[in-house]
Design a protein around this ligand. Structure first.
Ligand SMILES: [Zn+2]
Length: 263
């Protein structure tokens, strides 16, 4: 008899925020109106849990990196995950949505993990245009070096397009924000939930068709909205940085303000 398909739970684990931004910084052109209105941006890592296995999406950034970034950094992502019993040191799979500094900083904490990354993302950050300021300002060179070393150690699973990471968990290239940006699709009790990461920083991006201000390809961003909505049989495309996460979804008991159960 075939084994039952794995159904996962998803938790958004908050490790910091940036209270100082305005809409004009975050949206393309008139989509940001009113441009000077304050808008908070939250930092999360994501735990995809099933019996006997935790998969983590993204690795945030550490206090060390925050010395130059000056966000409101609460704790390292691995410490935030430990609050709900996710042991970073024994997590087998970490999906890296892309290589911006706030998504791949705490890799050393995941000493047993294989990291899942799109080929096009690695190629871009080791390629000709990576040093151009509009791109380089969003990365830490030390993070890119770390990923290169992990690749030579055999710990990066480099994929191209749609790929099944584990039973009930897929990544898909949805380029636009970066050339190898990937979304994560998770089978849950409510159907497939899409974790957009930076393919939709805020719910407003995907729900109101308003691109974020940082991208390498605006057509790709619009295409990624369509791709993610089509994949989400649950109707849930979860924004990667939206403070509304903390209002739309219930807090995990005992972790109010920090951990939210998405599905
Ligand atoms: Zn990003």
């Amino acid at each position: 008899m075939a084994e039952a398909p794995t159904v996962h739970e998803i938790y958004a684990v908050k490790f910091g925020e940036n209270p100082g931004g305005v809409r004009g910084h975050y949206f393309l052109g008139p989509d940001g109106d009113p441009q000077d209105e304050r808008m908070r941006l939250d930092y999360f890592v994501w735990a995809i849990r099933s019996p006997g296995q935790d998969i983590v999406l993204d690795a945030g950034f550490t206090a060390a990196t925050n010395r130059t970034r000056h966000r409101d950094h609460w704790e390292d992502p691995s410490a935030a995950l430990a609050r709900i019993g996710v042991d970073a040191a024994s997590v087998p799979i970490v999906i890296l949505s892309h290589l911006h500094y706030d998504h791949c900083g705490d890799l050393d904490a995941f000493g047993a993990a294989t990291f899942v990354l799109q080929e096009d993302e690695m190629a871009f950050w080791t390629g000709r245009f990576a040093p151009r300021r509009e791109f380089s300002r969003h990365i830490e060179i030390a993070d890119i070096e770390r990923v290169i070393r992990l690749n030579f150690a055999g710990r990066v699973r480099m994929v191209d397009g749609l790929h099944e990471v584990a039973d009930g968990v897929w990544v898909d290239k949805v380029a636009g924000h970066t050339p190898g940006m990937q979304a994560t699709y998770v089978r849950t009790a409510q159907g497939i939930v899409v974790l957009a990461s930076d393919s939709s920083h805020f719910f407003e991006n995907v729900e109101q068709d308003k691109p974020f201000a940082v991208h390498t390809d605006v057509v790709g961003l619009y295409r990624s909205f369509d791709t993610m909505k089509a994949a989400a049989t649950s109707g849930l495309v979860i924004a990667g940085h939206d403070p509304l996460i903390t209002e739309r979804f219930p807090a995990a008991t005992g972790h109010e303000g920090r951990v939210f159960r998405i599905a």
